[in-house]
Design a protein around this ligand. Sequence first.
Ligand SMILES: Cc1cc2nc3c(=O)[nH]c(=O)nc-3n(C[C@H](O)[C@H](O)[C@H](O)COP(=O)(O)OP(=O)(O)OC[C@H]3O[C@@H](n4cnc5c(N)ncnc54)[C@H](O)[C@@H]3O)c2cc1C
Length: 1216
Amino acid sequence: MCISLYSSLANAENNSSKDFTVSEAEKSVSGNLCRCTGYRPIVDACKSFASDVDIEDLGLNSFWKKGESKEVMFKNLPPYNPKDHLVTFPEFLKKKEKVDNGSDHLKYRWTTPFSVAELHNIMEAANSGDSLKLVVGNTGTGYYKDEERFDRYIDISNIPEMSMIKKDEKGIEIGAAVTISNAIDALEKESKSSYVFKKMATHMEKIGNRSIRNSGSIGGNLVMAQSRKFPSDVTTLLLAVDASVYMLNGRKTEKVTLQEFLELSPVLDSKRVLLKVEIPSWTAPSGDDTEFLFESYRAAPRSIGNALPYLNAAFLALVSRQEASRKGVTVEKCFLAFGSYGGDHSIRAIEVETFLTGKLLSYSVLYEAVGLLKGIIVPGKDTLHSEYRKSLAVGYLFEFFYPLIESGHRICSLDSGNKHNNSHVDTVKSLPFLSSSQQVLESNEFKPIGEAVIKVGAALQASGEAVFVDDIPTLPDCLHGAFIYSTEPLAKIKSLSFRENVTPTGVFAVLTFKDIPQQGQNIGSKTLFGPGPLFADELTRCAGQRIALVVADTQKHADMAAKLAVVEYDTKNLEQPILTVEDAVKRSSFFEVHPMFYPEPVGDVIKGMEEAERKIISSELRLGSQYFFYMEPQTALALPDEDNCVKVFSSSQAPEYVHSVIATCLGIQEHNVRVITRRVGGGFGGKAVKSMPVATACALGAYKLQRPVKMFLNRKTDMIMAGGRHPMKINYNVGFRSDGKLTALELTMLIDAGLEPDVSPIMPRNIMGPLRKYDWGALSFDVKVCKTNCLSRTAMRAPGEVQGSYIAESIIENVASSLQMDVDAVRKINLHTYDSLRKFYNHIAGDPDEYTLPLLWEKLEISSKFKERSEMVKEFNLCNVWRKRGISRVPIVHQVMQRPTPGKVSILSDGSVVVEVGGIEIGQGLWTKVQQMVAYGLGMVKCEGNEKLLDRIRVVQSDTLGMIQGGFTAGSTTSESSCEAVRLCCVILVERLKPIMDQMMMEKSGSVTWNILIQQAYGQYINLSASTLYKPEYSSMEYLNYGVGVSEVEVDLVTGKTEILRSDIIYDCGKSLNPAVDLGQTEGAFVQGIGFFMMEEYTTDEKGLVVQQGTWDYKIPTVDTIPKHFNVEIVNTGHHKNRVLSSKASGEPPLLLAASVHCATRSAIREARKHSLSSNFIDGSDSEFELPVPATMPVVKSLCGLYSVEKYLQGKIKGQ
Ligand SMILES: Cc1cc2nc3c(=O)[nH]c(=O)nc-3n(C[C@H](O)[C@H](O)[C@H](O)COP(=O)(O)OP(=O)(O)OC[C@H]3O[C@@H](n4cnc5c(N)ncnc54)[C@H](O)[C@@H]3O)c2cc1C
């Protein structure tokens, strides 16, 4: 992100005509991913460089406090002067030794020609058998992960003829090696001469991200589209403007149209070179009624956030308007291009073009054109969402031509620079950029606790200097590992070999369960509920299960070898695998759930059902999985040590367990193992149980081969093995009165836990916690944790809680629909009173004044202007046909539990302090809060200059031999438990220091500094190290967290796109230990929740193998998909005697609030369906629909009516 921002700043600096504006600032990071922050603080940091920023609009940050004068704010901002901040390649990196590729650089040769003639000679001179590859930006390897190595690589980026851009009145010529960014600049510069160029440039800015556009070439893109079916935007745009290309074929230069080029057979091979593209200028003949129109379209999961489109389109039309006769608009000529829909390449819809040419536009002409188009847009056999893609093509054609039919519409001249109005009947002002506001209360009571102190390590992380496991320099003899995994759900493993029986380059060993030491066990993980194996034995029991670890000299060789592995399976005489929860029920395949994790039912459900005036019976919903998408994949490094010992660096949320699993696997005593974790590059639960086999496999390799073994999982393997959230099927009966008051809820739930127990048996408890947020009257449930032949699922941020909370909302939504009541009123009437809260949560409900939800509910109603905006939404929906809005308010009640946590504080002789805690810094700010707590705790000594103590404290990595019983970092409470542990240590130390302090005060009038005190204590041999294991009281270890979210969305009925216009959150953080950290947690969790509810599909195929295996098909939120307005308030709700300094958790609960976005979307769809039904666009009933999770574009579109455009036109034809 820093690099993206810097490149945008440098571009702006080099381009005097381009200002670095707030909008540019946002765009600069639009394609970058962050899974922690929710983007707001990053965008704020980017905006702080913008020329048009109002500094007061920037949110909470560590440089100033809200309300300070602008002068103070500017003074506190670190200065930036582009001239002083020119980044040059660091000298120390230049000195780094080249990576040793063995003999590779001799074998595979690179050549750089400086002219086309030279290029031709090189290609001719190459031995006929030599394989050649032309390279410009080499970004193509991001998509096609080729293992093939070529004999020769030819860098064509230095050939002037191919890097030129030439303009004249006929058009623009762009060399094939010109980067997309430079092409955009050139097109923009020409936008005055033709608006077509401007539109093309705007569309091309949505390609990839800035770094891809900066290095990827126009030619590379076209060649990938031509020869490898790449779903290109560039080809679609160029087809619509009838571009041509020039190719070098032998010594000859050939010119063909782009269309001919795309259809060339055989496909372009490496002996032919694309030289340039020629784009004609499109200006309408002057003086008559004809005009050119151009528009381009792109429906992608993230509009500017680095996502390939479901479909793209670009249309150019010459139309004439008979003003005098008022007959309408005739199409004189048109080019209609479509791409990325799952065909071989972008195409022109020639049949439709021919049909439309010469026609006077009318509803029936457009209807016929749509019919023809549907026969042309035929996605390939395995294309996902093929009907949806077709409907997009239809929708865009409609969007383009429909306004021309409506008599009231004027055609805007392209040449005058106006925009063709493509928003059919609805005109919507699109929001230009994000805005946000945050309200947090800093508290002075326990200073520096409660202050928005900068997160420990923030600068290190932002600059890339923070050391993660993979950054630890490898020793010369280090080996690298990669897993070979099963692709069958249940099969005997007959053999394991490599392709063509040739051991791949660099392979050192292949370890399987047979390599586990005799005294050890085949164990790769363990939890309270039992162990899981490291490797499959003779039998693989799920797709994605580890079969072996291949160990090689480099990570690349290990990964390549794993890909070349050939596993022979045999399914003879084996029963069918259990792949669904329904199969599990049939075969009674369940994990046992201890009563401790199975809450009690509430009240008498039979009676509650009898009291009901209305019922919904046997309603079903299903929820899918979600992948963690931590930035740092699973990683470990193991080093063999003397005397049968092994030291392991692991990126783990549970080093204590990693430690114990390794010892058991190797069959050695636990004191022979040491596990070190400094920081984890994102965990979200995925680095708890799932980190164990990675570290254990490395340890096994190191132990067995007596060489260091390192491994990081590539994204594909990580996604296949991660497991993710638990999918589940829910069935319910709910009883209620006609005023919406609930009387009883009966639930049955089948949870797909996968193969191993992992932590799945806690799921009933976790789901039922937040589900009880409403007063159901009475509640009973039957939850089964199913054991299937799928990869075991694990805890992901708010595991079970997010589903439980959502299930409650889904039921409430259906109750409201069936009563045709306002859903907010149904929510409100069923919010708990304190008495009912107590009935549903027992002692966990705490004291009456701790129940802050009703207060938050009302407070947010006012601050978000919920009532007024609900009215405005109604108004909007009345006025708009093709866009609908929805607004929704959702409460949450989230139960958390503190767990015992150790801590140790030691004061060194210079007065600096070193701290160890059981909790792991996973990006949640644990170290920062701990540091603040130690400063507060030791500050009790009341030395002079105490306020500087914070800078003297360092929290250090977790070392399982230095500090035992660390447990799991999970459940949102590890920060506060770790804080309490160190606070207790500080109490001990202060007690030891106090007498010396008192004595010094007596002897020395005046104050005593910290350093002098510590020197004195050292002199007196006082023990200045204290450790403790904090054990929370049983009665108060569990407590409830409250929050409310309001979200407003707008749904586009043509594309199914949902835009989050605004989200307001209010969250009770008790007395926040660090409001900046808690705000970050709140915003980040909410955005991760948006991912779950709206975007992230993580599915499995018929064998249980994960389908989405990388960033190309797994889409987490980016800057362009978060709320346009995002207002977050952290409320300080006073004293809680049982909390750690009155604080509350913030890591997971706010994720549940993202259900407000989903509910608002449901509301918008409901409006759309009401309208569609009345106009016969869809069949069925408006109230009877379930909006699946995630509510992706295809899902939303299908509920709004896949064929709504056709039906709309039919209606218009009938009405004519
Ligand atoms: C993360 C990511 C996101 C992307 N998103 C989009 C998107 O949204 N829309 C879109 O349209 N594209 C997208 N792309 C594709 C991107 O535009 C192309 O990867 C890029 O343009 C290729 O250019 P290059 O110079 O890197 O090609 P290279 O990778 O260097 O080459 C690609 C192929 O073309 C051959 N080749 C290159 N130049 C020539 C030539 N002149 N003559 C003959 N053969 C040649 C090479 O030999 C190679 O086989 C994305 C790519 C990535 C990695």
